[in-house]
Design a binder for this molecule. Structure first.
Ligand code: CP
Length: 311
């Protein structure tokens, strides 16, 4: 069990919760290596994927995770639902509540939409990404991936590079790193940093090349033009020149250092194609970890720990 019945942001998780999720995910990762990957753990429970913004990785991995645990997984996207007819989120939530589901994962363009659901529904709610606010299961799978490759989390220096101002990934990753004793370093041009980065408790730099040799992880963020108000830098080419990960920058990092990206990637902008496809890039390991970590989250939220059926 976890200390909260919802995961809306990293504030809902203690350091002990995070350790429990990462340990449980290891058991599920072993299950995912088997030919038969299905467990009966959540049989009879209903999980709704309420994705009102586009997603490939998060929606698919939550669906696979639910199915591997034998839950009934219902997928609900904006284009195939009554939201295109103008139904409000409040009415959508009330409608789903009337159908007695056990867990809702919501992605929405507005920060705070997952919290609103907790007021409307009597089941567990997981934030699958809300506006520029948080994306907590992304941060959990990132921690899991770093730990698997580097062996530990405490003391790691993790540079989070790029569009921090519009990034819900950074919004969860910074507090997640602080909770496990790692050191987040925000690296971006001033126009892509939040107004008060110091409140996040992270180090801040405008100079990627100066910081790179000190990092254990370079975590590259997608430039989110869809959320930017105007062009926050002269050109994408200029951005790539100062803040893009490329083979020369990779060579300047420690030999053990790794590169991560939550996806989807803008190849040639925040990360070059050769680095994205190199063995120092953990992009696909992050995707793979997403299934095991989301299985762990569902299992622990829905009381699976009491059944003793993790593996
Ligand atoms: N990282 C991530 O959230 O990817 P999707 O938008 O594809 O879910």
């Amino acid at each position: 069990m976890l200390s909260s019945r919802h995961i809306l942001g990293m504030d809902d998780l203690t350091s002990e919760d995070i350790a429990r999720i990462l340990d449980t995910a290891e058991s599920f990762a072993a299950v995912n290596e088997r030919r038969i990957k299905k467990l009966p753990t959540l049989r009879g429970l209903t999980v709704v994927n309420l994705f009102l913004e586009p997603s490939t990785r998060t929606r698919t991995s939550f669906e696979i995770a639910a199915k591997r645990l034998s839950a009934d997984a219902i997928n609900f996207t904006a284009s195939a639902s009554a939201t295109v007819k103008g139904e409000s989120l409040r009415d959508t939530a009330a409608t789903l509540a009337a159908m007695s589901c056990d867990l809702v994962i919501i992605r929405h363009k507005y920060a705070g939409a997952p919290r609103m659901l907790t007021e409307m529904m009597d089941c567990s709610i997981v934030n699958g990404g809300d506006g520029i606010h948080q994306h907590p299961t992304q941060a959990l799978l990132d921690l899991y991936t770093m730990k698997q490759r580097l062996g530990h989390l405490e003391g790691l220096r993790v540079g989070i590079v790029g569009d921090i101002a519009h990034s819900r990934v950074a919004g969860s990753l910074v507090p997640a790193l602080l909770k496990v004793g790692a050191i987040p370093v925000l690296i971006a041009p001033p126009t892509l940093l939040p107004a008060r980065p110091d409140v996040l408790g992270a180090e801040v730099s405008w100079d990627l090349d100066e910081v790179l040799p000190t990092l254990d992880v370079a975590y590259m963020l997608r430039i989110q033009m869809e959320r930017a108000d105007g062009m926050p830098f002269p050109s994408l080419r200029e951005y790539a020149r100062f803040y893009g990960m490329n083979s020369a920058r990779l060579a300047a990092m420690k030999p053990s250092a790794i590169v991560m990206h939550p996806g989807p990637m803008n190849r040639g902008v925040e990360i070059s194609a050769d680095v994205a496809d190199s063995d120092r890039s953990l992009v696909l390991e992050q995707v793979e970890s997403g299934v095991a970590v989301r299985m762990a989250v569902m299992y622990l939220l829905l009381g699976g720990a009491d059944s003793g059926a993790a593996a």
